[in-house]
Ligand binder design. Structure first.
Ligand code: HEC
Ligand code: HEC
Ligand code: HEC
Ligand code: HEC
Length: 160
């Protein structure tokens, strides 16, 4: 039987959790220079929680995701912008954004965990890698412009 080299420790990724995640994923695909969000969103400043048209930043973001019932801060944590938040207000790291999506899309979340929806690579009984929901779906306008799924990450030093 072929020897499988142990996977090297995961590199430090922006927004990644420190502990080994239950579902290994590539780094969240942030645009350049946007993370850490707290670089601009100083936690000591008061947050404008009002729904409004943003003019000073993020003007490229159009919210078309059940927007009649939703504002940015239903998903983004107002107190610490470097993490998301669950409906109950619990912080969720960006590397685990599937937990946020799964709160409302429970059927897709279940299928994704089982490797039926989305994309999972790896050994059937060993190391697996999942693409995050947001690698394929824009969290702000999920119905439009389905993006090409990104290739699975290549881990250095891995024996095929
Ligand atoms: C349905 C939940 C949800 C809502 C509502 C939402 N976001 Fe997001 N947003 C996300 C998730 C999830 C990501 C993470 C993308 C990633 O991991 O790369 C994200 C990413 C971002 C980013 C980083 C984008 C980049 O280019 O890398 C910014 C900035 C942002 N959101 C701002 C906003 C603003 C402003 C609003 C309101 C107009 C908003 N978001 C509403 C879920 C949401
Ligand atoms: C270059 C500075 C900068 C960075 C980096 C940045 N933001 Fe912002 N963000 C702003 C400014 C300025 C506003 C207020 C815009 C307005 O009122 O028109 C804002 C507003 C927001 C809002 C709307 C609610 C609020 O607090 O006013 C969300 C949500 C948000 N940002 C999320 C993010 C997330 C998530 C990231 C990191 C992925 C991020 N931002 C990174 C400057 C930044
Ligand atoms: C608070 C509940 C909620 C959360 C959290 C949420 N969604 Fe949604 N989502 C909805 C609702 C409601 C709709 C249908 C209305 C709409 O499309 O505007 C929807 C629509 C969608 C669609 C389009 C479905 C279609 O019919 O084409 C996709 C894809 C999607 N969401 C993905 C995501 C992803 C990815 C996340 C995590 C970043 C997420 N959602 C988080 C409630 C949610
Ligand atoms: C590899 C890319 C990929 C990943 C990862 C992925 N999806 Fe999808 N998703 C798709 C495609 C393609 C469709 C449209 C075809 C279909 O219905 O299966 C879709 C459809 C959907 C729909 C609309 C289905 C409908 O009934 O019309 C929802 C909601 C959704 N995905 C949520 C999620 C959530 C939540 C996750 C993460 C837990 C996720 N997706 C992960 C590619 C992906």
């Amino acid at each position: 039987m072929a020897q499988i080299a142990p996977a090297p420790p995961a590199p430090a990724q922006p927004g990644a959790v420190q502990s080994a995640s239950e579902f290994p994923v590539p780094a969240p695909p942030f645009s350049a220079n946007v993370f850490p969000c707290t670089g601009c969103h100083d936690p000591n400043l008061t947050v404008n929680t009002e729904r409004r048209v943003l003019r000073k930043a993020h003007t490229d973001i159009q919210l078309r995701h059940d927007e009649q019932h939703r504002w940015c801060l239903d998903c983004h944590n107002a107190d610490n912008r470097d993490v998301l938040r669950s409906a109950a207000g619990e912080p969720i790291p960006f590397a685990e954004s599937y937990r946020l999506c799964g709160q409302c899309h429970g059927d897709k979340y279940r299928d994704w965990r089982a490797g039926i929806h989305g994309k999972r690579t790896g050994e059937w009984d060993g190391q697996k890698s999942y693409l995050l929901c947001i690698h394929c779906h824009n969290p702000h306008t999920p119905r439009f412009k389905a993006v090409e799924p990104m290739p699975a990450p290549v881990r250095a030093g891995r024996v095929k």
